[in-house]
Design a protein around this ligand. Structure first.
Ligand code: SAM
Length: 284
């Protein structure tokens, strides 16, 4: 069955309800954090208690980045920083977000008759692990091709394979700023659904054209800034490679390659004026 807005509503309206309610509750005070982040950037004293709980790990990460900047050297292996990234990945939103992305992906894949699931920027395989759990839970089995620009993905997926020996899992290298390599094209049986989280931010918008060569449906868990307003945390997080990604830049490419789009969290955007889209579905 071809994907339509009505099919998304039919298959995912309960997920929309739960996800958006969570966003509104969890990120409702985002402006308090935005203002406080300016004070952190200005080297003013800001206490943790002032920061809404949902943003405390980001606050601590931002403070470490600012301190490193003042010391004149950035160290990715700083234990405080690596510990905080671990804390972020353990946070309630991170897992819930992953659950929502993978549930949407599987429900749409099932309803639209998708043959292959494709993941980009799989990195530490946190999202892949969630996907395998969901598949087992939903009693669905579809081939998954996981990719990343870094060879470490191959090792991480190997580790995962030992935990899920039955999983139809394959891993390949792909830098999404280049067209898909031959081995990747050969591994994908169309139609394919691509799901991902926090990867496009590290690449660039041209990736959409490359992605369109192998994917028919996208479930994007990247944050697209659609107001154009940037806050101090955006500026500081750029120092660790997370470039703000503007919806106005990606929209023309989506219109060209994936002309049907559904902003999954529109209700949260309207309710709390969050400056980002957090979850977007697009299809050919
Ligand atoms: C924040 S991590 C993604 C986390 C993972 N998706 C998850 O949800 O658990 C970003 C990943 O994007 C990958 N990446 C960065 N630039 C890329 C590119 N141009 N092509 C493919 N992967 C890229 C990095 O190697 C890294 O693994």
């Amino acid at each position: 069955m071809p994907l339509t807005n009505a099919l998304i509503k039919d298959t995912c309206s309960d997920l929309e309800q739960t996800y958006v309610d969570y966003l509104v509750d969890h990120f409702g005070d985002w402006e308090v954090w935005a203002k406080a982040s300016q004070r952190v950037a200005d080297r003013e004293k800001v206490s943790e208690e002032e920061i809404p709980e949902a943003f405390r790990t980001e606050f601590k990460i931002m403070k470490v980045i600012v301190e490193m900047e003042d010391l004149g050297k950035f160290d990715w292996n700083n234990p405080a920083l690596t510990g905080l990234f671990g804390e972020l990945a353990q946070g309630s939103f991170y897992t819930f977000f992953g659950d929502t992305i993978t549930k949407i992906a599987l429900r749409l894949a099932d309803a639209a008759g998708v043959s292959t699931l494709l993941e980009i920027g799989a990195g530490k395989a946190n999202l892949t692990r969630i996907m395998l759990n969901q598949m087992a839970h939903m009693n669905i089995s579809k081939p998954i091709v996981t990719t990343d620009a870094q060879p470490v993905i191959l090792e991480n997926i190997e580790k995962l394979r030992s935990e899920y020996p039955q999983a139809p899992l394959q891993s390949l290298l792909w830098n999404i700023t280049a067209p898909p390599p031959e081995d990747l094209r050969a591994a994908i049986k169309p139609p394919a659904l691509l799901y991902e989280r926090y990867t496009l931010n590290y690449a660039n918008v041209s990736a959409i054209k490359n992605i369109s060569q192998v994917a028919d449906i996208l479930v994007l868990g990247d944050w697209f800034n659609y107001t154009g307003a940037l806050y101090a945390y955006d500026e500081v997080f750029q120092k660790i490679g997370a470039k703000p990604f503007f919806y106005k830049d990606i929209k023309p490419l989506l219109d060209e390659y994936f002309p049907n789009q559904h902003v999954f969290d529109q209700r949260a955007i309207d309710a709390i004026k969050l400056p980002n889209i957090t979850l977007l579905i697009a299809w050919k």
